[in-house]
Ligand binder design. Structure first.
Ligand code: M6R
Length: 620
């Protein structure tokens, strides 16, 4: 949600900043803007729409050369996505430019105050108040080298809500200042150059040495004085230094038409890497950070999984394995609803927060609520050093690498894999499963990357189907047991990418209402469970297929190789390799991803940046 970048060094700030914005455009693409500062002062440009609009404008009217600057790519919250509301916002005297991610909750009050005291605001955004406040705070302070950082601290103390702010001042052509509260900000440390960004992807081509800013910190990057961090009161503070273990190539398309296609293809590696090194010789699962004892885990009597969107669907899949393997009751909740229904939590509750970004505000707020109720928190996350892992008692990182496409694919598979590892760990610690039983399931999991690879190699009929369904007004998805969350995920993918009405149902619910939607030719995708698993379920799903078909539905069936019982009732059978029942979602989700991608592409949509969406949703 909104991408921010700041740079100070020896290179062209404009080039570095625009390149950073390009790598962060997945965070929002309603508008983009830049500000540079040099000895002559401050210059800005900002345009509604994608970054390409800004680039075009900069090509027509170039900004003066500078070696310090900031940039922003926006996902609109306050105010329409137009040129005026685009960031940076500049103070009334033109001395300060600010970019912002998050929501300033008390902006109405601050806006009133500014207007009452003579400042005219030009945009509808909450951000603009910070530019005027920063300018005023700066003017009130005596001259000193860190004057802009000191002014930022004054402003931050007045702000409520979640925010990352990055600013430049026309009198400081070697300084960029940033601040964060409940919104991501990382610094990049290069040689004689420094970066600030919402995501390391923005500067990974220049340096892999990063520093994660803590909560309520202000950071100053200065060409001469280096990097200085304080809290909002000015006390010296420290960030969390780390080395990024992937390079710029990992965040590039690598010959694929879309990032999503590349990320679908990377799924075998995402699952394999998430498993790598996680099983010790003694059969123990190795978590990345554990501040929980085995005794704590033995005391767990209830598990809540909290997550949003695709991560929520990963949790729904995991529930079947968690309960089956650990015998601990497990509820999966939409993070955005969790804290508002006053869940019953205590010291023996384990809350598992699943998030690709580690910054999703709904999940973060749910996590904090659970923490206040003294529950133990374990996060499953793909972004090292992000807020959720930092606030959790234990962390298991999914090692899917950077996921750039807004639609989550490889992280979904990695999240399911990570949940399974946690479930196995709990089962072992609690004595519900022996070490050799755990090892046997881990061995099955280790076999999955090869099966995902096989599935990927047989997707041509799915692509063909996608082109054929490009004009379908609605597509329905049916599943049972672990196939049910996959049906939900298939529908979500189609909605977000193709903008087609799609719904996922539990097969058993069909007769309780959804069957009324079936008309002649309505495409219905059914995820059929293995006949070798709970075969009673297989028979029931085959019945569902017949019920839909009898009403004219067009049956697209996803079934494992050798399951011929479905042939007679299907218009198209998509085969996936044979896999253990609980692991099958790692395969059955693949054709649904490919289908959504292909339909979206055939409809001429931007697959990587679907309308109205952003990759990480850092506002509630
Ligand atoms: O970063 P997170 O995993 O917490 O994000 C959660 C959802 O916003 C995310 O999965 C979203 O639903 C994806 N766009 C789905 O493809």
């Amino acid at each position: 949600m909104c991408g921010i970048v700041g740079y100070v060094g020896q290179q062209s700030a404009l080039e570095v900043v625009v390149e950073g914005l390009r790598r962060m455009e997945y965070r929002g693409y309603d508008s983009a803007g830049v500000a540079i500062v040099n000895a002559e002062g401050l210059a800005t440009d900002k345009r509604a729409g994608k970054l390409a609009n800004l680039e075009k404008s900069l090509a027509e009217v170039p900004l003066p050369p500078a070696t310090a600057g900031i940039g922003h790519t926006r996902w609109a919250t306050h105010g329409a996505p137009n040129d005026v509301n685009a960031h940076p916002h500049v103070s009334e005297h033109g001395d300060v430019a600010v970019v912002h991610n998050g929501i300033i909750e008390n902006f109405a009050e601050l806006r009133d105050e500014l207007e009452r005291t003579g400042t005219e605001l030009v945009s509808e955004t909450d951000t603009e108040v910070t530019a005027h406040l920063l300018s005023r705070a700066y003017a009130d302070l005596p001259d000193r080298p860190d004057r802009l950082a000191a002014a930022m601290r004054v402003v931050c103390r007045r702000l409520e809500g979640a925010f990352t702010l990055v600013a430049v001042h026309r009198d400081h052509d070697g300084t960029v200042v940033g601040a964060r509260r409940s919104s991501p900000l990382v610094a990049g440390i290069g040689t004689g150059e420094y970066f600030l960004a919402s995501d390391v992807a923005a500067f990974i081509a220049h340096t892999r040495d990063a520093l994660e800013l803590g909560e309520d910190q202000v950071v100053e990057i200065d060409r001469e004085r280096g990097i200085n961090i304080t809290d909002f009161d000015g006390h010296p503070a420290e960030g969390n230094e780390y080395h990024v273990d992937w390079d710029a190539g990992a965040a590039e398309k690598g010959g694929y038409a879309w990032f999503m296609l590349k990320e679908i293809a990377e799924q075998p590696a995402a699952v394999a890497d998430t498993l790598r090194g996680r099983l010790s010789a003694g059969g123990d699962i190795v978590l990345d950070e554990v501040r929980l004892s085995e005794e704590d885990l033995r005391d767990v009597d209830k598990i809540f999984v909290i997550a949003c969107g695709t991560a929520y669907h990963a949790g729904l899949v995991a529930k079947y394995a968690i309960e089956h393997w650990t015998r601990i009751p497990c509820e999966v909740e939409l993070a955005s609803e969790f804290r508002y229904r006053d869940p019953v939590l205590d010291r023996s509750t384990l809350v598992i927060a699943i998030s690709q970004s580690g910054e999703t505000m709904d999940t973060l707020k749910a996590l904090r609520h659970a923490k206040e109720q003294r529950a133990r928190i374990l996060s499953i996350c793909n972004t090292n050093g992000s807020t959720m892992p930092r606030e959790s008692d234990a962390v298991l990182y999914t090692r899917a690498g950077p996921e750039v496409a807004v639609a989550s694919t490889k992280c979904f598979l990695a999240q399911i894999t990570a949940c399974y590892l946690v479930a196995l760990y709990l089962a072992r610690v609690r004595g519900v499963k022996y070490g050799d039983e755990v090892a046997a399931i881990v061995a099955q999991l280790r076999g999955m990357p090869a099966l995902i690879e096989q599935t990927l190699a047989t997707m041509e009929p799915v692509r063909e189907l996608g082109r054929d369904l490009a004009t379908a007004p609605t597509v329905l998805f049916l599943g049972r047991h672990v196939g049910y969350p996959i049906a939900l995920e298939g529908a979500l993918k189609l909605k977000e990418l193709a903008y087609i009405h799609a719904e996922g149902f539990a097969g058993g619910e069909l007769k309780h209402g959804p069957i009324a939607l079936i008309d002649h030719g309505t495409p219905v995708v059914v995820i059929v469970p293995s006949p070798r698993g709970r075969n009673i379920m297989h028979g029931k799903v085959v019945n569902n297929i017949q019920e839909v078909r009898a009403r004219g539905g067009r049956m697209i069936v996803i079934a494992e190789e050798g399951d011929d019982a479905v042939n007679a009732f299907a218009d198209l059978v998509i085969r996936v390799p044979v896999a253990p029942t609980l692991l099958a979602p790692l395969l059955t989700s693949v054709p649904l991803q490919v289908l959504a991608c292909e339909i979206a592409d055939a409809r001429g949509n931007d697959v990587d940046q679907p309308r109205n969406l952003a990759k990480s949703v850092t506002v509630e």
